[in-house]
Write a protein that binds this ligand. Structure first.
Ligand SMILES: [Zn+2]
Length: 266
């Protein structure tokens, strides 16, 4: 078993070519680029994990002796769950999509299915079946969001659905009680819609602080993603999980360099 494995979490938003009038083209990754990136990771020997799978493995590698006593049934269950996921090379990647753009279904899902890849989608829960209202307020084009049917179909395939607040506010700029509602009610409403537990959260705009981290923990999440660059390694703060952002202009050379660099220097 690999010692001290590193987990790389990639951050995407929309899958498709960016319209020429897009205000934030960095939110888009073209389908053929996405396909090529996934095939590269597969060929390089990476395993693709949902964030819940990542946590199962992380706990097995780094917290097993703290959390379990040898021989008890929880220890055996944790070990069994981890062994179904272990990659001897220690190369693990988690693909995440923030917001819940419809393009993740129309452009990305087919590519993930063809490649047998699992991922995690962070959904703005009040906008299921709606449009990107917060983005439009920031001057972006109107764009469809995932429908309940899309979420269900992806979730049945094995894509994990995480929460990304009710309405996509900057959590450190609103009252703490409102921030807590945005965090905890987005979890609850997605759980009600999908009939399963929603374990992970992503802070809109990557905007968080120590108080916001506590709110996400209090809401019952196992962890939360930020937009700062880095990987998940021993001693990681699970309520500030770092990622590697992939953008419209991340060409294949840059993509490979980003993955290599983050593994070396973070
Ligand atoms: Zn977002």
């Amino acid at each position: 078993m690999a010692k001290n494995p590193k987990f790389t979490i990639l951050l995407y938003h929309k899958i498709g070519k960016y319209p020429s009038n897009a205000k934030f083209p960095g939110l888009y990754v073209a389908e053929d680029d996405f396909d090529r990136q996934i095939k590269y990771l597969k060929n390089a020997g990476y395993s693709f994990l949902t964030l819940s799978d990542l946590k199962t493995l992380y706990d097995y590698y780094y917290n097993y002796n703290n959390k379990y006593k040898a021989g008890d049934s929880a220890a055996a269950a944790a070990s069994d769950a981890a062994h179904g996921l272990i990659n001897e090379s220690g190369k693990y990647v988690s693909i995440t999509f923030d917001d819940g753009s419809k393009s993740v279904y129309t452009g990305g899902f087919k590519i993930m299915r063809e490649n047998g890849v699992k991922a995690t989608v962070f959904m703005v829960s009040e906008l299921v079946g709606g449009i990107n209202e917060w983005d439009v307020k920031n001057g972006e084009n109107s764009d469809e969001m995932l429908s309940l049917q899309d979420l269900k179909e992806m979730s049945e395939y094995g894509i994990e659905i995480g929460a990304h607040t009710l309405t996509h506010p900057r959590l450190t700029e609103i009252a703490p009680e409102d921030a807590y509602k945005e965090i905890s009610l987005s979890k609850k409403s997605l759980e009600d819609l999908l009939g399963g537990s929603v374990n992970f959260f992503a802070y809109p705009y990557g905007d968080y602080d120590a108080a916001t981290e506590k709110l996400a923990e209090k809401a019952g999440f196992y962890g939360a993603c930020v937009t700062k660059t880095g990987i998940v390694k021993r001693g990681a703060d699970f309520f500030a999980l770092r990622r590697v952002a992939i953008r419209h202009n991340t060409d294949f050379f840059k993509f490979k360099r980003k993955i290599w660099k983050v593994g070396l220097f973070y």
